[in-house]
Design a protein around this ligand. Structure first.
Ligand code: NCD
Length: 322
């Protein structure tokens, strides 16, 4: 795979958090903090992406990630294309690369891609022009780098540290790109106490998430946790999803106010969305005082602005002269 960074260390692409050093992650988080505005405050408006054209290519459903990239790029002055991919050329059999080359010919500089096929972002960064950048907005069950960044920004805002934190990820970890990217970011930033909590069938392979502890009872997994990250059951990635019983799952693994008392008193409750209330989390907890779920959404826009602005700076070094 080509590097995500250019020879000067500038961010060129973002398809995984693996291989990005602590300093690189911290620089993005610091920049995101400068862009972040609370709901009700006027949004940051800048020109960092003036003259840049960005295409959102989402081949899987998305509400918040797509809206977040759209707003982040517009607030920094980019032109944004949101293609209706269900009726477009891939449905007619055109390869992803031909779609990209067509848009490149229209001076599109940045492609934000969500796809269910593993390996697609890596394939694309090996084939795009030198002045073009690829950002993954979710690759199969493998990687969701901007989600990982917004998760650690949310944790950093409240905890101010990563070492010594006890973080529990609860739910369908096996199919979760969110869990994989969060675990990578946390480990790079110094968190060593990671707990994976799921029914046996939804735990990942032993070789994955090196160093994490595994639990099959939520009560054991969240005991004393500083952060509890809840995940949705990704039925769309399962062959036998119909056999899953939502009510039984909630009884065994649902995060209720009662169970949350087992965690640290200052616990942060996180969820990447979309949430299934009454399945993996109760409404009381989702809307309760320990929930930072909407802060995650707010941080998502700031993190994407920071990633896009860093990439735009790098791209100016690789543009063709007039
Ligand atoms: C997640 C995703 O698509 O990976 N959502 C998101 O990006 N906020 C998680 C999910 O779909 O459950």
């Amino acid at each position: 795979m080509r590097s995500q960074q250019d020879s000067a260390g500038g961010l060129r692409h973002l398809i995984t958090l693996e291989g990005l050093a602590r300093d690189a992650l911290t620089a993005i988080l610091d920049r995101a903090e400068r862009y972040r505005r609370l709901p009700g405050q006027p949004a940051y408006e800048g020109r960092e992406l003036a003259g840049v054209t960005l295409a959102n290519l989402f081949f899987e459903p998305s509400t918040r990630t797509r809206a977040s990239f759209d707003l982040a790029s517009r607030r920094l002055g980019a032109h944004v294309l949101n293609l209706d991919l269900h009726s477009s050329s891939r449905a007619k059999g055109e390869s992803m690369l031909d779609t990209i080359y067509t848009l490149e010919a229209m001076n599109t500089d940045v492609f934000v891609i969500r796809d269910s096929e593993a390996g697609m972002p890596e394939f694309l960064i090996d084939h795009v022009a030198p002045h073009v950048s690829v950002i993954s907005a979710g690759e199969a069950h493998l990687s969701h780098p901007t989600q990982g960044l917004l998760d650690v920004l949310t944790i950093r805002t409240h905890k101010r540290r990563f070492t010594g934190l006890k973080v529990a990820i609860v739910g369908d970890i096996k199919h979760s790109r969110v869990a994989r990217s969060a675990a990578t970011a946390l480990s790079t930033l110094g968190t060593t106490d990671l707990r994976l909590v799921a029914p046996q069938a939804l735990l990942p392979e032993e070789a994955e998430f090196r160093g994490a502890q595994r639990f099959t009872r939520i009560e054991d997994g969240i005991a004393g946790a500083d952060v509890v990250m809840m995940l949705r059951i990704q039925k769309e990635r399962m062959a036998q999803a119909a056999s899953l019983d939502d009510a039984a799952y909630f009884r065994e693994f649902g995060l209720t106010a009662q169970r949350l008392k087992l965690a640290a008193p200052s616990v942060l409750v996180m969820h990447p969305g979309p949430m299934n209330r009454g399945v993996e989390i109760s409404s009381e907890v989702a809307d309760g005082p320990r929930s930072v779920i909407r802060e995650q959404v707010n941080n998502g826009v700031a993190v994407r602005m920071a990633v896009l602005a860093s990439i735009a700076t790098t791209l100016t070094r690789h543009r063709r002269p007039l």
